[in-house]
Ligand binder design. Structure first.
Ligand SMILES: [Zn+2]
Length: 160
């Protein structure tokens, strides 16, 4: 156990928060921000680093990320200034970004945060998109909760 613990400690000591996106890595800027193959015009906004890792593992998003560090919550007293929202606005304001994807969780607080961000980013000439919420892959309709089903129905699109 001893060598393993020492190795873990060594990694932990080297972890830093990327000053550009808020990702946690052993280098700053992080591997994603420093990767020239990433599309700099697409930015995906997530609540937490774990969401960034989940999305990045899927390899479906070609751009870069922005970690908010949480979600707005009246209950927990999380206000806009507690999150990296000003940093996000500054990144968009700096230009060079065509699309911002709001990838908040499908919770009340996540959606409240997405609405707030949409208002803050409204004045910029960007395409503002949001993750579609709906029937999960492998999901059977009769097992879905009412909220998921309602979202899926609202986000319905033409066939083919
Ligand atoms: Zn980064």
């Amino acid at each position: 156990m001893e060598p393993l613990l020492r190795a873990l400690e060594a990694v932990n000591e080297r972890l830093v928060t990327c000053h550009l996106c808020g990702n946690v890595d052993t280098v700053d800027p992080c591997g994603i921000c420093a990767d020239p193959r990433r599309d700099p015009r697409a930015l995906c906004v997530v609540e937490d680093v774990s969401d960034l890792w989940a999305l990045d593992k899927s390899r479906l998003f070609p751009g870069r990320f922005h970690v908010l560090g949480g979600r707005l919550s009246a209950l927990d007293g999380v206000r806009p200034e507690d999150l990296t929202i000003d940093g996000l606005v500054a990144r968009v304001e700096a230009g060079g970004i065509d699309e911002v994807v709001l990838a908040m969780n499908a919770t009340l607080e996540g959606q409240t945060t997405a609405h707030y961000l949409a208002e803050r980013l409204e004045r910029f000439p960007i395409r503002l998109t949001q993750l579609a919420h709906g029937v999960p892959v492998g999901g059977e309709l009769d097992y879905l909760d009412e909220g998921t089903l309602a979202q899926a129905l609202r986000a319905r699109r033409p066939v083919g």
